[in-house]
Design a protein around this ligand. Sequence first.
Ligand code: COA
Length: 316
Amino acid sequence: MVRIIGVGSYAPETYITNEDFEKFMDTSDEWITERSGIKKRHISPPEITTSEIAYRASLRALDMAGISAEDLDLILVATSSPDSLTPSTACILSAKLGVKHKPCFDISAACPGFIYGVEIARGLLKTGDYKYILVVGVESGTKFIDWNDRSTAVLFGDAGGACILTQDETDRGILSTFISGDGYLAELLKIEVGTAYPVGSWGVRMKGREVFRNAVVQMGEAAIKALEKANLKPEEIDWLIPHQANLRIIEATRERLGLPREKVYVNIDEYGNTSAASIPVALEEMLDKGLLKDGNVVLCVSFGAGFTWGSLLMKW
Ligand code: COA
């Protein structure tokens, strides 16, 4: 089966707490905690670029997989905050890793970008033309934040998570994946950097309530789709790893599946919304804490700008 054999993550050391925001913005720890579940978020300094976060996470993933960077056949980076529009962050990462003459490209699919990446990697591994593929979900998105907009500034954080995928003969690995999207709702959540926007007008724009409503529906739908494809029931899941955008969205997804709280991994309080990074970061944390055990059935589910959504069901 196609499976993840290495996981690594990295978050910048600098962070901002809710109390720090209170000092320069009309907000409160109480509001942020109640509405989102976030207590702090990591913020990358200027020299820690998206590719640098990806690099640090990737070294850890390679180490766990027991392979070297030269063994990689493809590098995929899912991000909404690339170092530059071109070259891709994946290309910049490949040079940092010392990889030469291998394909590398970025995936722009917002928060579910990591799941999109796994879906692509899985398909390519099945062709037999690739042995090891690196998939990174990474953001340094706080560099785009409008620090005067309290409705978005408090929500996002920086981090990266990397996974090495391969195909082997074990019965552990990816049981099913599901990805989808709806570009008709693109206006509801955007990072306005690109040819449609004048230079200097950067910022994250979000209609929070509408995004919330759609996220609740599609996170639940995506979770059920992956389970149906694998012919599994929610009660057969050991862990639900939801994208960490809002604790209330996580709770709604948990309720839709009828899962007890102890089966849901939550670290939004520590990281805020790290978009494409949230799921691989959670995977490494869970491994570090000894929570994720061989044979566990794990359902990852995510929703983000585009809109895009997706799910990934694995036997770990
Ligand atoms: N501190 C204090 N008040 C704030 C605030 C802040 N940081 N941000 C917004 N508010 C205010 C608003 O101005 C609004 O005031 P008003 O009623 O006087 O206009 C009020 O709080 C309520 O805003 P609302 O947007 O209805 O709050 P909410 O309960 O929907 O929570 C979010 C806001 C952003 C936390 C929530 O909508 C959300 O999480 N949305 C989805 C986010 C998401 O998933 N995004 C990414 C997908 S990857």
